[in-house]
Write a protein that binds this ligand. Structure first.
Ligand SMILES: [Zn+2]
Ligand SMILES: [Zn+2]
Length: 187
């Protein structure tokens, strides 16, 4: 180690960039593009990836079961919304929040608390698709109203489809928030 230049560090990936930051895991110097901000400080991308691998404990069965559970409960909510003619802003909000939490709980149970970032996304997507299936009839109705030029009917269908979309949006965000919160608590 020479005395005068040992202070100037350059990014291990970009040797032409000087930096003052080091990865707090492996100690290598990293530039701002390579640094990932974590709750414990800056880390290089490789160390973050390594950490993520340890975090992902879900097995393939978890993905299948989570998707089925999310799809069924998501569809159930949409059926309640439409089958009983309950569609309104209020019921869409209540069902979205309620069933979103229920799905997160159910997934936690079937996966025995194993987790993975993409499992959260898959669960939200499956719930969204489940929720969308019962709405399809109304979307078709909407197009029929356009076709026959019944604008009063079109208005009604647009509203009911709108509440269905609100339900799905709330359902998905509740699942993602709930499952991410679980991951943070467990760390
Ligand atoms: Zn590192
Ligand atoms: Zn760099």
């Amino acid at each position: 180690m020479s005395e005068e230049i040992s202070e100037i560090k350059t990014c291990y990936k970009h040797p032409n960039r000087e930096t003052l930051i080091c990865c707090n895991q492996c100690g290598r110097p990293i530039c701002m593009d390579c640094a990932v901000s974590t709750p414990t400080g800056y880390r290089c991308k490789e160390c973050v990836k390594e950490q993520q691998k340890k975090f992902n404990t879900a097995v393939s069965r978890d993905y299948v079961l989570s998707a089925i559970v999310a799809f069924l409960i998501g569809a159930l909510g949409s059926f309640v919304l439409y089958f009983f003619n309950f569609y309104s802003m209020l019921t869409a909000i209540i069902l979205g929040l309620l069933l979103g939490n229920l799905i997160a709980k159910a997934v936690r149970a079937v996966t025995q608390k194993r987790r993975a970032a993409d499992l959260n996304k898959l669960t939200a997507i499956a719930a969204g698709i489940g929720g969308a299936v019962p709405i399809l009839r109304y979307i078709l109705g909407l197009f029929r109203m356009i076709f026959i030029g019944n604008y009063a009917g079109l208005m009604g269908y647009t509203l009911s489809v709108g509440w269905g979309i609100l339900y799905i949006a709330l359902l998905c965000t509740t699942i993602l928030t709930n499952m991410r919160g679980f991951a943070i608590r467990r760390r």
